[in-house]
Design a protein around this ligand. Structure first.
Ligand SMILES: Cc1ncc(C[n+]2csc(CCOP(=O)(O)OP(=O)(O)O)c2C)c(N)n1
Ligand SMILES: [Mg+2]
Length: 318
């Protein structure tokens, strides 16, 4: 007769399976139609798909509407000071490489007051996922010109229109030595948004994702122009790039094959003011990582740490 093999009936279940609900916290207080909601959904989905343990996951931000992000993630978070997300995140990653570190920063937070930290964090190339919420305006303080506001933007600081050309965050990041990952996506293309953040998360280093964000409250004209004009968008395609699914590829039918190791072409695409190239612009998995350099003594006991410090101090004995 048939013997019953009980071992074959045992399903290998993980000790804990996280659902979307495990990553959700509170009710997001962003305006209706704000792009931040879309990124929150994409990131919660990523956490679930990757089964990131909430207690091993850290969201670090500065100040701004976008920087309220950690409040809505049921993980660890640090809602810091304006422009200071990068040094906090680097400090965390340096001593706790076991944590999944995400940085959420606005165009004011990153490219204005935080610009000095931004440049060095790119060069340090520590393993973290950086999401730049670029709504081209200071949202939280109710409409001041940001470094990424297009020239002529009417704001409370420039009621007659801003007078200087904006900083290009993609081009700036691509210009820093040891840069390792630069991508662009848009909050209103959910499949591409998710695929890009996922690609960034998988990158072993500092992955910088510029997300074009809708701010219907303070930049409504820009939102209409960006969202309704499909010709303005070109999806980058490549076997090593951000995957484009069939439906998204049909709706946004401008495509360009781009090899993400080609820095020259990446810079040309990033510099184009007329067309938003969405996808992976540049990736170098071999860039040096400062977090790995710093990780050699992580398992020292307190006694070993004191001995190591004393040994170093000996060098200064006169
Ligand atoms: C040291 C300091 N300077 C200025 C402010 C005021 N402030 C708060 S948020 C903000 C700008 C935020 O803009 P952005 O980073 O683009 O984020 P958004 O609100 O658009 O998401 C400013 C100037 C502050 N909180 N701290
Ligand atoms: Mg902003």
């Amino acid at each position: 007769m048939f013997g019953l093999n009980l071992d074959a009936c045992i399903i290998d279940l993980p000790e804990k399976y996280y659902t979307l609900h495990d990553y959700e916290k509170g009710v997001a207080r962003w305006c209706p139609g704000c792009g931040d909601h879309a990124v929150l959904s994409a990131v919660q989905r990523l956490c679930k798909e990757e089964q990131l343990p909430p207690e091993k996951t850290m969201f670090v931000s500065g100040i701004g509407c976008s920087s309220r992000f950690p409040h809505y993630m049921n993980t660890y978070g640090f809602h810091g000071l304006h422009g200071r997300a990068f040094p906090v995140a680097c400090g965390i990653k340096f001593r706790r490489p076991d944590l999944n570190v995400f940085v959420v920063t606005g165009d004011g937070d990153c490219c204005s007051i935080g610009a000095g930290h931004w440049i060095h964090a790119i060069r340090y190339n520590m393993n973290m996922t950086v999401l730049l919420f670029d709504n081209q305006i200071y949202g939280m303080t109710k409409k001041q010109t940001s470094p990424t506001s297009p020239m002529g933007t009417m704001s409370n600081t420039h009621p007659h229109g801003s007078v200087l050309p904006p900083i290009n965050p993609l081009l700036t990041t691509l210009g820093v030595s040891n840069v390792s990952f630069v991508a662009q996506t848009a909050d209103w293309i959910p499949s591409h948004l998710y695929a890009t953040i996922r690609k960034a998360y998988e990158h072993p280093g500092f992955s910088f994702v510029k997300i074009s964000m809708r701010c219907p409250k303070f930049m409504p004209a820009a939102v209409d122009a960006k969202v309704s004009d499909k010709e303005h968008v070109c999806l980058l395609t490549h076997e090593n790039g951000v995957p484009v699914d069939d439906a998204t590829g049909r709706v946004f039918s401008n495509h360009l094959e781009h090899d993400p190791t080609d820095m020259n072409q990446a810079r040309q695409l990033a510099a184009n003011e007329e067309i938003s190239y969405l996808g992976l612009l540049y990736q170098n998995k071999a860039a040096l990582r400062y977090d790995l350099y710093g990780a050699h003594n992580l398992n020292y006991t307190p006694e070993q740490k004191i001995a190591a410090i004393n040994q170093e101090l000996e060098r200064f004995t006169v």
